[in-house]
Design a protein around this ligand. Sequence first.
Ligand code: SF4
Length: 328
Amino acid sequence: MIKTVFCLPRSVRVKLNTRCQFKCKFCHQEGSMSAKDINKEEFIEALRVLRKDLMFYRIHFTGGEPTLYNEFESLLKKTKKLGFSNALTTNGQLDANNLIKLKKAGLDSINFSLHALDPYAFLNIQNVSLGMKDGVNWAKNCIEKTIENVLSANKILDTKINCVVGYNTVGPREVLGFCIKNNIKLRFLNDLTAGETALNNIKEILYKENAEIVGHEITFISSSHRLDYKINNYNFGVKCIRQFFLKTLCDNCNFKKGGRCLEGFYGIRLEDNPLRVRLCLNRSGKPFVQTLSSFLKSPQLKEIKKETSDVIKYLRRDSLIEEQRKII
Ligand code: SF4
């Protein structure tokens, strides 16, 4: 029997900036390609206000590449001081010396995006136009740098590799082999733009590697869930999307009706200057993206709060969750 656990959303995702050294074809940039760098003070104020209603305890920094945000270190110090746990998703191109600085500033965990170990496979997922020789050299250097940083980070931080599976299984299987060999945590994610192909490719990897399912984590009030697998003594996860929608956001949505909704309601994202709350990856304009003051009065927040309170009653009644006890 597999172990199933339930949890409330833990994190708020914040997109610090849109800049990045890479141009991965499947990158959705958290829903917006044009957002400005966030304003640090406004963001901190928003955290204070939102924490009361949403009860999250972790900030997940995304981008773009978050380490290119000018004030990242000082931001980590501030969120740490407020009592948050800090998580980062990075492309791994940061200077190795910065890992220690970021840890000292308050970084708790780090996810490296690594989708291929072969330079040609890496180039294949990049929207760049370099000459073949230059491109291969560039790709090789990028991969080496990420690997070097993964191995260093794994000694000092909670470290994980995020590997997006899209139209092929070769790169992800190589990444899996690397993670097993070096005992690095791994999470596969399906390329949302590759639909069924990506899901079938994940299934193929699991089948070919004789992976055995051992656990399932379902996040309430979110489309996110994770399946946990084991190959011999090595455990890894597959992050999946389930059908979850907010009534006040998604009822009557044409994207949903037309099968074009990429992830349903995943959670709260913060972005841009002035700061905006993003509730949908696909769409822009209100209520999908709104100012903080508008969100605080919105039917969407009301619905999320009501769902949260119902879930908490349910969890308390059935004593289902250990981790969530921290915040209940
Ligand atoms: S596209 Fe956005 S608003 Fe429409 S169903 Fe999906 S998450 Fe909801």
